[in-house]
Design a protein around this ligand. Structure first.
Ligand SMILES: [Zn+2]
Length: 273
């Protein structure tokens, strides 16, 4: 939830750009992989930057979000290029009164035909989170960090208790930033209704979820960069785990007692350890 004064359109585009660039820096968005969206529920002027207006059919009805605006990355666009020319890579969707249709605002520089093919999952997560928390701001990122994605191919990491007790043991910050741990959903076809439903359910309990054999989705009701940080914290944990596997599992990791002491010192509620 954000307090007034609310960020302007240009501020939001810049934050999406910085998050996109950082995801590329940590190698979590090769080629045109990954996508970003934000939901804002205060009125915002779109036409000066995005003068072209068209009808848009929402992938699901979101009646309570009438009047909300989504800023969404375009299909096939590179996250690292958003910062260079945001209007070429982002569309704005204003939800109409019926909650089933939108107006899509784009610019003359637009370099995509459609918004990201994962927009159904983005919209469903925004909707679920806004309904449950009442937030006026929500950011969602899909990225493909290699160590997390690699571990999702290894059967024993496909169980959430095993995944979390092994990944959250390498640095004190991990449990502090991801106290609910990392969610996991089995492989689903990209853009499918199964992926959308699984993601919504998992992100009710977690701040980030692994899409098996594909990547992750992370959320934040504070900022786009906070959602990107969550990708980075989880990916760093997976990188340590991967290093440990390569080194013949000689690392100890933080002990359960050490992690519990960290949690009691920093007042972290968790039930993983
Ligand atoms: Zn993907």
């Amino acid at each position: 939830m954000l307090q007034a004064p609310f960020p302007e359109l240009d501020d939001l585009l810049e934050m999406m750009g910085e998050a996109g660039r950082h995801l590329a820096e940590i190698e979590a968005s090769e080629g045109a992989a990954g996508n970003i969206s934000v939901c804002l529920r205060w009125p915002i002027e779109l036409r000066t930057r995005f003068p072209l207006v068209d009808e848009f059919q929402l992938p699901l009805a979101v009646p309570e979000l009438a009047g909300a605006t989504f800023l969404v990355s375009g299909s096939g666009r590179r996250l690292r290029e958003i910062i260079v020319e945001p209007t070429a890579n982002i569309a704005c969707i204003l939800v109409q009164e019926d909650g089933r249709t939108g107006k899509i605002y784009t610019s003359h520089q637009r370099r995509f035909e459609h918004v990201t093919s994962e927009f159904n999952s983005h919209l469903a997560v925004h909707y679920d989170q806004v309904l449950s928390s009442g937030t006026n701001f929500h950011a969602v990122i899909h990225a493909q960090p290699p160590h997390l994605t690699y571990l999702s191919h290894v059967p024993r990491y496909q169980e959430e208790p095993y995944l979390n007790t092994h990944l959250l043991r390498w640095q004190p910050e991990t449990i502090v930033n991801l106290p609910e741990g990392i969610g996991f959903i089995p492989f689903c076809i990209p853009g499918s209704p199964e992926l959308m439903a699984g993601t919504v359910a998992s992100l009710r309990q977690h701040r980030i979820v692994i899409w098996a054999k594909h990547g992750v989705m992370a959320r934040s009701d504070v900022s786009v960069k906070r959602a990107a940080d969550r990708v980075e914290y989880a990916e760093t944990a997976a990188k340590y785990e991967y290093l440990n596997l390569c080194a013949g599992e000689i690392g100890e990791g933080l002990s359960v007692d050490e992690i519990r002491a960290i949690c009691s010192t920093f007042n972290v509620q968790q039930n993983i350890f």
